[in-house]
Each structure stands twice: as structure tokens, then as C-alpha cells.
Design a protein around this ligand. Structure first.
Ligand code: CMP
Length: 139
């Protein structure tokens, strides 16, 4: 059994709409342990740094403006197979394609305002955890 860590962000749309409690309940019920949390209000520059991998995408400007538009809740999650499992529980990036019962199906408005972010691989999880929690010791 491999215990992994991944990073999630409950995005400004979901925080503003009052879905934080419901989303945390889904994650906790699924066996995720909250190893660290931070409520952040990202600057545009910080959002650009976090999403640097997407800087050449057409949605980069809009995405980083949205991500710096209000408070967001960042968590380090711990669980067996955390990275892949979080992506299942979140559902597809575009809520129109997300499976019933997934967080994005329940709470996302569209492909950009999609309620939640989750790391997509071990390397990105390490980068993203280090971005928000530079002092945390990785497994
Ligand atoms: P996230 O999991 O945070 O990773 C990158 C984000 O970019 C993604 O969720 C969406 O919010 C956003 N995104 C991805 N694809 C598109 C798209 N085609 N148009 C607008 N935003 C997108």
C-alpha cells in the first residue's frame, strides 16, 4: 500500500458559492486525510506561477484572472493512491463530461470555473505542494 500526497485547491467559484463544507465532506468521507491547509487569496503573479505549465494555452490569461479573483482553500491530501483517486472524485475537467456524483458534476459551472483543482501526477504534486507549503516534508 502506497500512501501518497496530492494537492487540491477549492477554487474561488466554489468558495464564493459556499461549497467548501460539502466538498471537504466528500473528500473526508472518501478517506482523504487533510495533512495541511491554507486559505489563500492569490495574486495574479502567484496564479501565473502556479499554472506556469499552461502559459502558452489560450485560456491562461482568463484562468489566472479567475484564480486570483477571490479566496481559495488549498489542502495537502494524504491517502492510498491519492493522486489518481482525487482525480476520480473530482470528475472530468469539463463538468459537462463529469460522471454523476463527482465534485465537478455537483459544483462546477463550466470548464474554467470548475470548482476544484487536483495534481495530475507525482511530479506535479511535488511542485504544487512545494509551491504552497515550502516547509512540508514530502514522503
Ligand atoms: P485545473 O485542474 O485547475 O487545471 C488547469 C485549469 O485550466 C483547469 O482546471 C480549468 O480550470 C482550466 N481549463 C482547462 N481547459 C480549459 C479550457 N479549454 N478553457 C478554459 N479553461 C480551461
Amino acid at each position: 500500500m502506497t500512501i501518497e500526497r496530492t494537492l487540491t485547491i477549492i477554487k474561488p467559484d466554489a468558495v464564493a458559492a459556499g461549497h467548501v463544507g460539502d466538498i471537504l465532506k466528500i473528500l473526508e468521507s472518501d478517506g482523504f486525510w487533510f495533512a495541511a491547509t491554507r486559505l489563500v487569496s492569490l495574486t495574479k503573479k502567484e496564479a501565473e506561477g502556479f499554472y506556469a505549465v499552461h502559459r502558452s494555452r489560450p485560456f491562461f490569461e482568463s484562468l489566472t484572472t479567475f484564480m486570483s479573483s477571490g479566496p481559495a482553500l488549498v489542502l495537502v491530501l494524504e491517502r492510498e493512491n491519492a493522486i489518481a483517486r482525487l482525480r476520480e472524485v473530482m470528475g472530468a475537467t469539463n463538468p459537462a463530461q463529469a460522471a454523476p456524483g463527482t465534485i465537478r458534476k455537483l459544483f462546477a459551472s463550466n470548464i474554467e470555473h470548475n470548482a476544484i483543482h487536483g495534481s495530475d501526477a507525482r511530479e506535479t504534486a511535488a511542485f504544487e505542494i512545494g509551491f504552497f507549503f515550502p516547509g512540508i516534508k514530502l514522503l
